[in-house]
Design a protein around this ligand. Structure first.
Ligand code: BG6
Length: 485
């Protein structure tokens, strides 16, 4: 066992919600099965329902199994010895007394706020009234943190009244993914790429997070959020930071976060005009995923039939610094797309003059870092066609990390992040100024869409989004990765 993993009491606000039952408890179960949790640690789920401990464990088990987590019944039973359930109305300060009596104040107390953001304020206030915001406490805030710059500032301001920045863990589960950390390892653990990782050799970068899923049962939440706030403002911009940041001088949390912040602050500010030209907003209509028909977004449960919420966004960003000036970064995310994939495509420049006859005259080297579903790195280059010819053909080196490192246990995003909260390691959490910079950058998009009433372009489910997304790159003479291969 890792010595930094001290004994803890972890309080899960929103204990009967989807995130806790489908993601957090299965992640903790995996950590428990891997013997990562210190004995006598406790997980205290809070909810408004009247449930006994056994009823809650059964409820959580069913949800985890439904979410297709591999659960061993016997091990789950042992895991349940750690779990407690308390009924609480989080708005009622007097109900925190019970929680205060329950917690062991001599060990790390973690409050995970897996609730709607409008409850963050009363929860913080009531934790403070019950003197639960003590030096050994930590608070974990789930995204979306706010709806725009102002609301996110308000929440951060409020939480800061009760907790120091060093006690606040803002989760972006993409940062917990093994593959995202591997991206840092590839960049900063090798000399090979660093020399090429700049405007002199790279002509464009694409970052895609595409999902086959629709909004599932989250219609109400999603309709007030949309792809820009749900995915781009956080996950995609965090990936962009890791791709584009300068090499940090150490793995220290603030050193890394300082470098990420510099990237966010170097993003070329968007204007109304650039939003109109360089940002594409889309919404899925009916279509087919894996050959099965699926309904349109506006037919989904709890989505109004005249909804203008986007389920897809693609945009072109630029970073104004010496390393990246002039290199377009194309970011894209969408639901009900053709494939589930998260990948970063680094397109290298073409050679300055050609001596080989080749039909692939525009083919340049391309590095594809795939984060999911599989974790691979592919390097495309040209090699000679076999035989009596000087012609070239594309070939690629293909590394599959899972196969290569043969890891026994590869923790998923939430597991890694929860363990880091227990360890008190802030590296993979978003600092307040980073979050503020990310909101500031997307704000002109929100404002322009609102002011000019920009409605999303329809795209058929099971495709790669609206045709305008292809046109966005075609204007610059390039295409999305999947259109080339
Ligand atoms: C969440 C979004 O943050 O990320 C969801 O709220 C999305 O809408 C999910 O489905 C995607 O995460 P992953 O890890 O499945 O790529």
């Amino acid at each position: 066992m890792d010595n930094d993993l001290q004994q803890f009491d972890l309080v899960l606000f929103g204990g009967t919600g989807d995130l806790v039952t489908r993601k957090l408890l299965p992640a903790l179960y995996n950590a428990f099965s891997n013997n990562s949790l210190k004995q006598d640690s406790r997980i205290i789920a809070l909810g408004r329902k009247e449930l006994s401990k056994d009823e809650y464990c059964k409820f959580a088990y069913d949800k985890a199994v439904n979410a297709k987590h591999a659960i061993d019944d016997l091990r789950w039973k042992e895991f349940c010895t750690l779990i407690y359930y308390l009924k609480i109305d989080v708005n009622q300060s007097e109900q925190y007394t019970n929680l205060a009596h329950f917690l062991n104040h001599n060990i790390t107390n973690i409050y995970y706020l897996s609730t709607a953001p409008n409850l963050f304020k009363p929860i913080c206030e009531n934790l403070a009234k019950a003197k639960l915001n003590h030096a050994k406490s930590r608070i974990v805030l789930e995204k979306p943190l706010g709806h725009d710059l102002q609301s996110s500032n308000e929440i951060n301001e409020f939480v800061a009244n009760f907790f120091e920045e060093q006690q606040i863990y803002r989760i972006d589960h993409y940062l917990g993914k093994e593959s995202v950390q591997n991206l840092m390892a590839i960049r900063f653990g090798n000399t090979l790429f660093e020399a090429l990782w700049r405007r002199q050799w790279i002509c464009s970068i694409q970052i895609t997070i595409a999902e086959k899923l629709g909004v599932e049962s989250r219609g109400e939440f999603y309709n007030n959020t949309g792809a820009l706030r749900d995915m781009l403002q956080n996950h995609l911009l965090q990936l962009l930071c890791i791709v584009a940041m300068e090499p940090p001088s150490s793995l220290n949390a603030d050193t890394i976060r300082d470098e990420k912040l510099k990237v966010l602050k170097s993003l070329k500010p968007l204007t109304e005009e650039s939003v109109l030209h360089n940002v594409i907003r889309g919404q899925y209509k009916s279509g087919a995923i894996d050959g099965k028909p699926v309904i349109s977004y506006i037919e989904e449960e709890n989505v109004p039939p005249d909804s203008n919420t986007e389920t897809f966004v693609a945009l072109k960003a630029e970073i104004q610094n010496w390393r990246w000036a002039g290199v377009p970064f194309y970011l894209r995310t969408g639901k009900r797309m053709q494939d589930k994939v998260a990948e970063i495509v680094i397109q290298f420049k073409d050679i300055p003059c050609k001596i080989f006859p080749s039909s692939m005259s525009n083919f340049a080297n391309r590095l594809i870092i795939r984060l999911q579903p599989d974790e691979t790195v592919q390097l495309y280059f040209l090699a000679k066609k076999p035989g009596d010819t000087n012609e070239l053909q594309p070939v690629y080196l293909d590394l599959d990390f899972k196969k290569m490192v043969n890891a026994k246990h590869n923790p998923e995003g939430y597991e890694r992040l929860l363990l880091d909260v227990i360890r008190g390691k802030l590296t993979l959490f978003v600092r307040r100024d980073e979050q503020q910079a990310a909101w500031s950058w997307v704000e002109p998009i929100i404002n322009t869409w609102g002011k000019l009433n920009i409605t999303p372009k329809a795209y058929t489910s099971g495709t790669w989004g609206p045709s305008a997304a292809s046109a966005l790159l075609a204007k610059d003479g390039i295409s999305w990765h999947e259109e080339l291969i």
